[in-house]
Design a protein around this ligand. Structure first.
Ligand code: SF4
Length: 335
């Protein structure tokens, strides 16, 4: 999957004539690539545009501008026969398994539904075998096909949602905060399941989360979003060990350290908690209203993407201009 300059604006209309009075810039100029069999972790706070980006790459909404390619094919138009093929190739798992599965249908019926609608299997026996195979793949038993959602736990339901998404053997799975509605131990189970599936099936994953800790062990690459823009991206290990954008640093600092002494000794950069509205984002760098390192230039000029020596791409004037904080990197200066 290759996205180039993807943007999505939602108009706000008022009055009798429904005249456009403002625009919510939910996603702006997002570019990224997910290679076959790799995982991109997309992180950011609520309201950063992650879910809108997920809907753009699954064809649920149309981009305002930009291009999307999937397996070398143009994926900007999801209508007709080509759209049907794209939908087979790119499947989505939603955040809340309780509302994404029909409470009146058995697990088996929910998994069979995409097979039926895409006419992927011909006989009852073939469908039953496929359902059992999918349940096994996600760590459930064949008998679970007779269960109703109300009889299963949150973790089991999310496994069912993954099984249904895998039914058509897609090349890409988009997971929109798949573990945020689950308790911590179940989160680990589902993340491990995704990691196993990714390795066994050689499937590409776009894994969306608001917490960097969730995506760390599964992702090959990470992209950090803030107010609709990708502010830092690159190989996962580099983003974790050598973050260059002050916002990435604050997200990393939000991950608790198991050792209380180390946790207390940590130096933190203080950021204001309130996120500006995407309807009227700040001028220049969108993070400037919260950034403790803000300079005059940050208020007027939007930083261009800058390729750092460690192979990450960052949107920040500090690095663009070769400025270091007290002679050290942002991360070293604060942690
Ligand atoms: Fe902070 Fe300026 Fe960098 Fe934005 S461009 S993150 S305001 S230092």
């Amino acid at each position: 999957m290759e996205a180039t300059g993807l943007s999505k604006y939602f108009p706000i209309r008022r009055g009798l004539m429904r005249r456009e009075v403002a625009r919510v810039r939910a996603v702006e100029h997002a570019s990224f690539t997910i290679d076959a069999g790799r995982t991109l972790g997309l992180v950011g706070e609520s309201g950063s545009g992650k879910s809108t980006l997920a809907r753009l790459v699954t064809g649920l909404i149309k981009p305002t501008s930009g291009t999307l390619q999937i397996a070398g094919q143009d994926a900007n138009d999801w209508r007709g026969r080509r759209g049907r093929q794209l939908r087979r190739n790119v499947q989505m798992v939603f955040q809340d398994p309780y509302s994404s599965l029909d409470p009146m249908s058995t697990v088996g019926a929910s998994i069979v539904e995409p097979l039926r609608s895409h006419r992927a299997t011909s006989s009852f026996d073939e469908r039953r075998l496929r359902v059992e195979q999918l349940l096994k793949m996600v760590g459930l038993r064949p008998e679970h096909r007779h269960s109703y959602p109300s009889e299963m736990s949150g973790g089991q339901l999310q496994r069912v949602a993954v099984a249904r998404a895998l039914a058509l053997s897609p090349q890409i799975l988009v997971l929109d905060e798949p573990v945020s509605a689950l308790d911590v131990s179940t989160q680990a189970e589902v993340i491990n399941l995704l990691s196993d599936l990714q390795q066994q099936q050689r499937i590409s994953l776009l894994l969306i989360a608001h917490d960097l800790a969730v995506v760390r062990h599964v992702s090959h690459n990470i992209a950090v979003m803030y107010l609709g823009q990708i502010v830092e991206s690159g190989p996962a290990e580099e983003v974790y060990t050598s973050p260059k954008h002050p916002y990435t640093v604050t997200l990393l600092q939000a991950i608790p350290v198991p050792d209380p002494a180390k946790q207390r000794a940590r130096r933190r950069i203080g950021v204001r908690a309130d996120i500006p509205s995407p309807t009227n984002p700040p001028s220049g760098c969108r993070f400037h209203t919260r950034c403790p390192f803000v300079m005059d230039v940050c208020r007027t000029e939007s930083p261009d993407p800058y390729l750092t020596p460690v192979g990450t791409v960052v949107r920040c004037h500090l690095h663009e201009r070769g400025i270091e904080l007290r002679g050290r990197s942002v991360f070293e200066a604060v942690d």
